[in-house]
Design a protein. Structure first.
Length: 243
């Protein structure tokens, strides 16, 4: 297990920006400055930093997805964390949500290791890909409808490339609804017919399965709304559909 800190993450450090079918999309993504409120916030966080990360050069840009581009499982989050992905350059990396999620994924052998610390830590996703529906950290973790819509083109392009996905595990309601809105572009669905809930599973008209999961945020984990037993149980069910 490589716990290299990678305290100065660069665009060239991200393997899916450097090469592969997502390279062109992600090279354009990391240059995006389309949402002024979000750009101001992500940049300010990257300059002010958190005390324990003063040695880091924060990524401070939009965050590409990460994992196996041939994956059958898509793990869909809301947005990068201010001092997680916005610092490290990788989704679900370097924060408490990542600690919980990757530990659970590792127990099901969906990842090769139980930690997600930096772009240089050696993390490998097995038949899984993770990405946020919103590619930048929003203030107070609350994007506006306009910001979600503005960013949705990148998600649409990702989905066209990640053509092997069979199951979408949506971590939280915003990611869940974001995938439904993507489906709604081509299918006549009504969002309220697909209420979000933990371990709620829906067969969608595009042939995919959408599976709801409480977000592994510290608030949910610390209050017991989501615990390791619940997460492992859900992941076992999900894995049964992607073998």
């Amino acid at each position: 297990m490589n716990k290299s800190k990678n305290i100065h993450p660069k665009v060239s450090d991200h393997p899916l920006i450097s090469s592969g079918p997502l390279s062109r999309l992600y090279k354009n993504l990391v240059k995006c400055n389309a949402c002024p409120r979000i750009v101001d916030f992500r940049t300010r966080v990257a300059k002010e930093k958190r005390k324990q990360y003063q040695d880091w050069t924060y990524w401070g840009k939009p965050i590409p997805g990460y994992g196996d581009v041939s994956a059958k499982l898509l793990i869909l989050g809301l947005a990068p964390a201010a001092h997680g992905g916005n610092r490290t350059g990788r989704v679900f990396t370097g924060d408490k949500s990542a600690d919980f999620l990757i530990k659970c994924l590792h127990q099901l052998h969906i990842t090769n290791q139980s930690n997600s610390d930096s772009l240089a830590d050696g993390l490998i996703m097995h038949n899984a890909f993770m990405t946020p529906v919103l590619k930048c950290v929003p203030p107070f973790d609350k994007p506006t409808a306009a910001e979600l819509k503005q960013c949705s083109d990148y998600f649409v392009d990702e989905m066209h490339i990640l053509s092997n996905v069979k199951v979408v595990l949506a971590l939280g309601k915003i990611g869940f609804d974001g995938y439904l809105r993507y489906i709604k572009q081509n299918f006549n669905i009504i969002l309220k017919d697909y209420p979000f809930g933990h371990d709620e599973k829906y067969n969608l008209p595009n042939g995919k399965i959408l599976w709801g999961c409480y977000h592994p945020s510290p608030r949910n984990v610390n209050t017991g709304r989501l615990n390791e037993i619940m997460m492992i149980d859900l992941l076992k069910k999900v894995k049964g559909y992607i073998v």
